[in-house]
Design a protein around this ligand. Structure first.
Ligand code: ADP
Length: 492
């Protein structure tokens, strides 16, 4: 200890006080002493002098050492108190020690005093450090991210740290002393409770992940370590809700990836098969053309080859559409259905030699609509081209009607034709990869598959109703990527 030891001496004999100080100096104790002999001055010194140690004579006028000890516990709680007295009965000395005095020294044996003082001061210092370390420990446990709780054999919370109180959605005071069942009436019968019971009775360690459901229905995932403790069971808990969510996302992504992978396998297999068919035809036609003499026949073959190449080109375009849908990120922008329709119409009226087919658009609802334009083009083009392509040549008044209803949340599309219709047996298959429902199809069988893939990506829906000989209707819903207010109050 570097600073001087502050000694408060309660002594009414100045000669004894001197004697005691001489003894301490002899032992080279570095100290300053204040000597008092009156109760009030003593109490005042306890506060203002803040002694490191108190040396107290037994009997003082109107005041004895037991009173002095009592006052020291009141005003200087942790200051060691040594009884230094001429004579005292053994019973009284024991009583003083029991009441909290550190030691007692007889004035006839003052040589023991210096050591008694240093021992008492060391003990005080050790106790201070211990207290500090306990506070530190308490602080650390309280501040831990992990929950720490001790449950007694009677299922009462004996100890909970701050994290447990937070996890439990109760204050510490609302938990400690109460049973788990009082706080969570539904807890009995849960897996966690079973594990706690086993630990209570069989004294076995257990680790588990547990979804704790609160009385309000919300839930949190915890990793629990349950182990026997002297008072009952010790539970360490960690909130793993975020980790669990990340795991679930990862699993979902994983299964999505597996789906994509197996679809890709199927796709590559089927696509190579589909691409080879027109190639083989072209090769065959080419060989045939070498043997042909007439210019007219050669021209005919050349047209056939051209048609095959066109088909190949079509398949490749659709493969690109498919690939774009799987790889390219969604890009939302305002959609003008009118424009989208006019572009598709212009293309198919020409390309498919659509003749007199009437293609009309009816647009209802004036809401700004946001979606992925390129993907919507593919949808519109495919469904419209099918309606034109599979029109009934015998019909006098072939038509395709496109009705679009806009609402703040979605666009609902109905694309109907009065074509040949689709056989009921095929209705489930037309959205499958490379499925063609009719001999008259010279397409790849990919169009509606891609439409369905895009609709899934946009989180929309598609279904078809069709009656053979009467026509087909495709019903689509596409979510509005930006929920919006109407452009004008009245929907058109
Ligand atoms: P593709 O047109 O290349 O054969 P699709 O995937 O676009 O492939 O269509 C799958 C099948 O669905 C077509 O082969 C056809 O049998 C049937 N289909 C699609 N749209 C219509 C329609 N509007 N009318 C009649 N049949 C249709």
């Amino acid at each position: 200890m570097n600073e001087k030891i502050k000694i408060l001496m309660l002594e009414d004999s100045p000669s004894d006080a001197k004697l005691i100080q001489r003894e301490l100096k002899r032992e080279k104790l570095d100290f300053i002493a204040r000597v008092v002999d009156d109760k009030d001055i003593y109490i005042d010194a306890l506060i203002s002098f803040a002694p490191d140690i108190i040396l107290c004579d037994h009997s003082l006028p109107g005041f004895n050492s037991m009173d002095a000890l009592f006052e020291s516990k009141r005003y200087a709680k942790d200051t060691p108190f040594i009884l230094v007295t001429g004579s005292v009965s053994e019973e009284y000395a024991v009583l003083s020690l029991k009441a909290g005095a550190q030691d007692y020294i007889l004035k006839t044996n003052l040589s023991r005093l210096p050591l008694a003082i240093t021992t008492a001061l060391r003990q005080k210092e050790a106790e201070r450090r211990l207290r500090e370390s306990e506070e530190q420990f308490q602080h650390t446990i309280d501040g831990m991210i992990d929950g720490v709780q001790i449950i007694g054999y009677d299922w009462r919370y004996l100890y909970v740290n701050d994290a447990v109180a937070k996890h439990a959605k109760f204050s510490k005071e609302e938990l400690v002393g109460y049973t788990m069942m009082e706080k969570y009436p539904e807890i009995e019968g849960t897996k966690m409770f079973e594990a706690l019971q086993r630990c209570m009775h069989e004294r076995v360690f257990h680790e588990m992940e547990n979804q704790f459901v609160y009385p309000d229905g919300s839930s949190t995932w915890f990793k629990l370590t349950i182990q026997p403790s002297p008072g009952g069971v010790l539970i360490l808990s960690r909130d793993i809700t975020d980790k669990k969510q990340a795991m679930r996302q990862l699993e979902e992504q994983n299964s999505e990836l597996r789906k994509i992978n197996s679809e890709l396998d199927r796709f590559v297999y089927s696509a190579s098969h589909e691409l080879r068919a027109p190639l083989c035809t072209i090769l065959g036609l080419n060989t045939l053309s070498r043997a042909l003499k007439s210019e007219e026949q050669r021209l005919d073959l050349s047209e056939k080859i051209e048609a095959c190449v066109g088909r190949l080109d079509n398949i490749i375009h659709e493969i690109v559409d498919f690939s774009r849908n799987s790889r390219v990120e969604l890009k939302y922008e305002p959609i003008d259905f009118h424009l989208l329709f006019e572009e598709a119409k212009a293309r198919y009226l020409q390309a498919e030699n659509a003749g007199q087919i009437a293609i009309d658009l009816e647009l209802r609802g004036k809401y700004p609509f946001y979606s992925d334009k390129e993907r919507l083009k593919v949808i519109m083009n495919n469904i419209l081209s099918n309606a034109v392509k599979y029109r009934n040549p015998g019909r006098k008044d072939p038509y395709v009607k496109v009705a679009v209803s806009l609402s703040p949340k979605k666009a609902s599309l109905e694309i109907s034709d009065n074509g040949p219709g689709i056989e009921a047996a095929y209705l489930d298959s037309i959205f499958k990869m490379f499925f063609r429902g009719t001999e008259s199809s010279d397409g790849s069988g990919l169009g509606l598959y891609i439409v369905k893939e895009i609709i899934d990506k946009l989180q929309g829906t598609i279904r078809v109703e069709s009656t053979v000989g009467q026509g087909s209707s495709f019903f689509l819903t596409i979510p509005n990527a930006q929920v919006s207010e109407p452009v004008s109050a009245v929907a058109v």
